[in-house]
Ligand binder design. Structure first.
Ligand SMILES: *Cc1c(COP(=O)(O)O)cnc(C)c1O
Length: 463
């Protein structure tokens, strides 16, 4: 096809040299040959779009190239404030860790650490030693294995203890947790066979008992996480299941999900099962996430019976999902908060859950006074926060928020929310309700209030 036959749209596409001229000067964040490669790719993309009939102006093409170069320079996982009111927000990276934990993680990441060596003897030592001792004291486990996340923990436990054999699960617990984690699928991947018992709403210990046979490897109890049933429901007490398991010589495994080490009922919300309760009830192996209610780094914690943990650790998958030094250092630092008894004061997740309403109100008033913004109306409002992360579904905490309404009718709340989400260097995520932006203060730590004021002021100035 000759040039003259081409649709005029193709003529809108500039040469690479013309783009470089238009965008000059290129900075040092991207090596010149990589910038050229990126420009080429963008121009090819423009060509494809024109080929399918889109009409693009030269200006639009230059803008999109510029956008890609700018995005490439930017650190996407930069700090944002979580004004959503959801404490453990999966899309915002779940639990933020304490200052002490962040410091321990940064230090381990940047240096050599005695991960698998005993300093006193210079002999090879256990990677899990420190964490095992901490979890033993805090929750009563005999042994611990830490892997990348709880999904890996469940998969590894099932593969190592029940591969090729049967695992009994209540029909009401054969659930999907979210993010593609579905108990029946994980079971299949592990090589274990799922034996569902009971009904969706009611399962009794005798249902489990009837399903026990020569191929039964374990009974699995699963925290239904985001899924909550009320009404005509029944599940056996954990003690009844462990008694049954004991009689038949079958281990009971419990996937706790959040796996709290503090009693959430202390803070006016429902009680989330704890690791120690589960172990005290006779569960052989408990699995839990590190970055939900524990409030630490992403990790999967496998705790319980020593012989079983040894078997689990010896499975080839264990090596594939093992936790790194940064995670282990962070988890140990987090567990030390529970050891000292300052978890509620130092771990962000618990600080947010335990924040008192009158304190949130005082902060709201101070922030409103700190943002003299002609383009923006700020008001204190009552909100409802939730824990998130699959813990305590349906449980809400009364909270305090700031409602930001643009003074001009031509500015929508969605536009304002977008300005906040894309703000630099620190962005803010919030809710949009009834054409107003609502920032829940429970999920923003008080030390970030000054940053919040800066963001609001700056964004108000741009309206
Ligand atoms: C969250 C959750 C998982 C998955 O844990 P990750 O740490 O996200 O891998 C598994 N089981 C339950 C019950 C959960 O709540």
């Amino acid at each position: 096809m000759g040039v003259s036959d081409e649709p005029t749209g193709y003529r809108a596409i500039p040469s690479v040299a013309a783009v470089i001229d238009a965008l000059a000067p290129l900075d040092h964040a991207i090596r010149p040959e990589l910038a050229v490669a990126l420009i080429n790719e963008s121009l090819q993309e423009a060509r494809r779009r024109i080929a399918v009939g889109e009409s693009l102006t030269r200006e639009q093409i230059l803008e999109s190239v510029q956008g890609r170069l700018a995005a490439m320079r930017m650190h996407r996982l930069a700090r944002v404030l979580n004004g959503t009111g959801i404490v453990i927000h999966t899309n915002l990276g779940r639990a933020p860790v304490s200052t002490e934990t962040a410091r321990a993680m940064a230090e381990a990441a940047a240096s050599a650490v005695p991960l698998e060596i005993e300093p006193a003897t210079n002999e090879r030592g256990g990677r899990m030693r420190e964490i095992s001792e901490l979890v033993h004291l805090l929750a009563g486990s005999e042994a611990v294995l830490v892997v990348n996340n709880n999904a890996a923990a469940v998969l590894l436990v099932l593969a190592s203890l029940a591969g090729g054999r049967e695992v009994i699960v209540s029909r009401g617990e054969a659930v999907e947790i979210g993010g593609g984690f579905r108990i029946p699928d994980v079971m299949r991947q592990s090589g274990a066979q799922l034996i569902e018992v009971g009904t969706t709403n009611r399962t009794y210990a005798r249902d489990y008992e009837r399903a026990i046979g020569p191929d039964t490897a374990a009974i699995l109890k699963v925290h239904p996480s985001n899924f909550h049933m009320t009404g005509f429901i029944a599940t056996p007490a954990t003690e009844d299941l462990t008694a049954l398991g004991g009689t038949h010589g079958i281990p009971v495994i419990e996937d706790l999900g959040s796996g709290a080490l503090l009693d959430s009922a202390r803070f006016g919300i429902a009680h989330e099962p704890t690791v120690s309760e589960s172990l005290a009830a006779g569960v052989s192996i408990v699995t839990a996430s590190g970055d939900k209610l524990l409030g630490g780094p992403q990790a999967g914690i496998i705790a319980g019976n020593r012989d079983l943990v040894t078997t689990i650790a010896a499975h080839p998958l264990a090596r594939a999902v093992r936790a790194d030094k940064t995670c282990l250092a962070g988890l140990a630092a987090t567990l030390r908060h529970y050891l000292r008894g300052d978890a509620a004061e130092r771990i962000p997740v618990w600080r947010m859950i335990s924040a008192a309403l009158d304190e949130l109100q005082r902060r709201a008033d101070r922030i409103i006074a700190g943002v003299p913004a002609p383009g923006l109306m700020l008001e204190r409002v009552e909100t409802r926060s939730s824990v998130g992360g699959g813990a305590l579904p349906g449980q809400e905490m009364p909270s305090v928020g700031l409602r930001l309404s643009p003074m001009s009718d031509s500015v929508s709340a969605d536009h304002l929310a977008r300005l906040l989400r894309t703000h630099r260097p620190v962005a803010l995520f919030c809710r949009v309700q009834h054409n107003a932006v609502v920032i829940d203060l429970r999920t923003i730590l008080p030390e970030d209030d000054a940053t919040l004021i800066d963001i609001c002021r700056e964004v108000a100035g741009r309206l």
